[in-house]
Design a protein around this ligand. Sequence first.
Ligand SMILES: [Cu+2]
Length: 127
Amino acid sequence: MRSIWPNPSTERGLSMRRAFWSLGVVAGLAAAFVAGSSADGPAAPAAKQILIRQLAFGESPAGIHVGDTIEWVNKDIFVHSATADDKSFDVDIQPNGVGRFVVRKTGMIRYICKYHPGMTGTLVVER
Ligand SMILES: [Cu+2]
């Protein structure tokens, strides 16, 4: 004789499926969170400073990557510029000021100060 009540095993099966589904959602969110904070992604953009003093560019920082901002800090009483040979940037830097440029490509970029062409520097940009 058939029972008019719901089959208990089916009910239990349903709630088990719901539990597994919820678990799946939680696991998915956790995985997305971990992926978002993954350490093997590109490095976070950084600011890299180059000091200018006594009519000379300071040493270029190592480990410049695409997306980093170069900050030329001018300690002189003259306006300087950082002007790329390949014309990819031309930044004026006021006395006691900072000139900024966001690196967009890899490679070696030579630059000069267009006001004092004897001032030269080189950026080496890695991926
Ligand atoms: Cu200069």
